[in-house]
Design a protein around this ligand. Structure first.
Ligand code: SF4
Length: 506
């Protein structure tokens, strides 16, 4: 796309709303024009959670307003597709060339290449996928822990200099997981509050035009739509959440949708916050004694470890990664997840209530409740990925594919996780407060009161025994399954559980 006498157009996408990064870095009003396109095809492509769709559309419009206030000429337009938006823009303006930051998703990257858009490096992450590929080259296994330590050293995060000029992790160890696996506190304590941002005219106008196909509660100002709001959320977390984040980061409380989780991912994933400033703020809090190392290390591992690792493996393994289905799972997403039917499973009901009310569930709710049930029931990876992408405020292709295909559903055959994250009701009973009020019993695997998680855990092992047998980490669970005297009855109960899960009567 090029013209002759015009100025360049900088095309900014809805997940790149950062003034200092990518193709906008160093730009001044007058030396370029800014294009933002709201694609009707993208809006119509999924059954979005209302807060997810509202967040992106509102943040784009607020970003356009801020750029105009700075003096930029901004073309914010709606079009049938992204490509049509660019064609309409080029027909209306004298465009010298079009520049954009590399998109975060594979499909958008392919679209921009087809359109001949000039791409500059995506610097919204601390490790670009080209650098990740260099780190990965020649390694037999790409373990997150190895990547995370490499990031810590490379970025100088939570590392100290030793007397002999070397480096060591702050506190003498890399990982404080053992301090961060406490069960949920039952003392009814208050969790760090967060500010709800007042909806303005832009927010209300977008709310009025959200399509009827969307689901979930209306936006209530929970999710920052401007950089100023995102910075407020970051400050709230550093001041009130970080110190108490660690110990219970893996616990679930039915009535606490976020506990001490940062809820910063939605802001990072659309560009309002950069991981570098989040990590710097967290590390500083520890260095000045405001937060214990175990909490700070656990949080930083999520940001520079897990988040950047899934981004790296996504680009390393796409496009084939999308088709992963190593366990040949074909079940649709359960009606209990989509809201098409209520459920008696108390843990699922509380997590789905969090999703419905906030477009959010924290990582253990996603992995050990929703992902675990989808894994053991055999939900099709592509369907589960699509549902999660549309249902969470921080959803994105690069987020959901590795987390669902690789981590939750073991659908990549073990490229990412060393064994399936399958568990019965005992794990959920230990790490949540859901079971005591549930109509099922986590200890039972047969009979009408058997916990569906417990029944399906054993059935999952029996169903996939041949596929999982070569994995030495599965030897003990498989042996335990084979030793079950009541395995035939468990498998019979599993047939009923799966039928009721599909029918929305469980
Ligand atoms: Fe969930 Fe089973 Fe516990 Fe009920 S008994 S809350 S279904 S784990």
């Amino acid at each position: 796309m090029s013209g002759t006498d015009g100025i360049p157009t900088v095309w900014v996408f809805g997940d790149q709303l950062n003034r200092e990064r990518g193709a906008l870095a160093g730009r001044q009003p007058g030396d370029c024009r800014v294009l933002l396109v709201e694609s009707e095809a993208l809006v119509a492509s999924r059954r979005w959670h209302r807060q997810r769709l509202h967040l992106v559309l509102s943040a784009m419009e607020h970003f356009a307003v801020e750029l105009r206030a700075e003096g930029f000429e901004v073309d914010m337009r709606r079009a049938a597709t992204l490509g049509q938006g660019l064609r309409d823009h080029c027909a209306e303006y004298d465009v010298e060339r079009v520049v954009a930051m590399e998109p975060a998703s594979w499909d958008a990257h392919a679209v921009l290449e087809r359109l001949g858009v000039e791409l500059v490096r995506n610097d919204l992450f601390l490790c670009h996928y080209d650098d990740f590929a260099r780190w990965a080259a020649g390694r037999k296994r790409l373990t997150m822990e190895d990547f995370y330590r490499w990031q810590r050293l490379r970025l100088g995060v939570l590392v100290d200099r030793t007397a002999d000029g070397g480096t060591q992790p702050v506190g003498g160890q890399w990982n404080f997981d053992h301090d961060n696996r406490e069960p949920p506190p039952r003392d009814g304590r208050a969790w760090p509050p967060i500010q709800r941002f007042e909806l303005d005219n832009i927010d209300r106008a977008i709310l009025d035009r959200l399509p009827s196909t969307t689901f979930g509660a209306d936006p209530d100002g929970t999710w920052p739509v401007t950089r100023a709001q995102a910075l407020t959320r970051l400050r709230e977390f550093i001041d009130h959440g970080l110190a108490v984040f660690g110990p219970h980061e893996d616990a679930i409380l039915a009535k606490e949708w976020k506990m001490a989780h940062s809820v910063l991912a939605s802001s990072m994933n659309i560009g309002l916050l950069h991981p570098a400033e989040i990590v710097a703020a967290a590390e500083l809090a520890h260095r000045r004694g405001a937060a214990p190392l175990s909490s700070v290390e656990g949080f930083i591992r999520q940001v520079i470890g897990w988040r950047e690792y899934v981004w790296g493996v996504y680009w390393l393994w796409m496009p084939g990664y999308r088709a992963g289905n190593a366990l040949n799972a074909t079940r649709p997403v359960p009606p209990a997840f989509t809201g098409a039917a209520p459920t008696d499973m108390a843990c699922v009901a509380s997590v789905i209530r969090h999703v419905d009310e906030h477009g959010y569930a924290h990582h253990i709710e996603r992995l050990m409740v929703l992902g675990n049930l989808a894994l053991t029931a055999g939900v099709e990876p592509a369907a589960m990925t699509a549902w999660m992408h549309a249902s969470f405020v921080d959803g994105a292709d690069w987020v959901m594919l590795p987390n669902v295909v690789g981590l939750a559903l073991f659908a990549d055959g073990g490229k990412m996780a060393t064994k399936p994250y399958a568990s019965g009701g005992a794990y959920i009973n230990k790490m949540s407060d859901s079971c005591k009020g549930c109509r099922f019993d986590p200890k039972l695997r047969t009979g009408p009161d058997a916990c569906p998680f417990t029944t399906l855990y054993w059935d999952f092992l029996a169903r996939n025994a041949d596929t999982l047998a070569p994995n030495h980490r599965m030897a003990r669970p498989l042996a335990a399954m084979r030793n079950l005297r009541d395995l035939p009855a468990v498998r019979e109960r599993a047939v009923e559980v799966l039928q009721r899960l599909d029918a929305g009567t469980l």
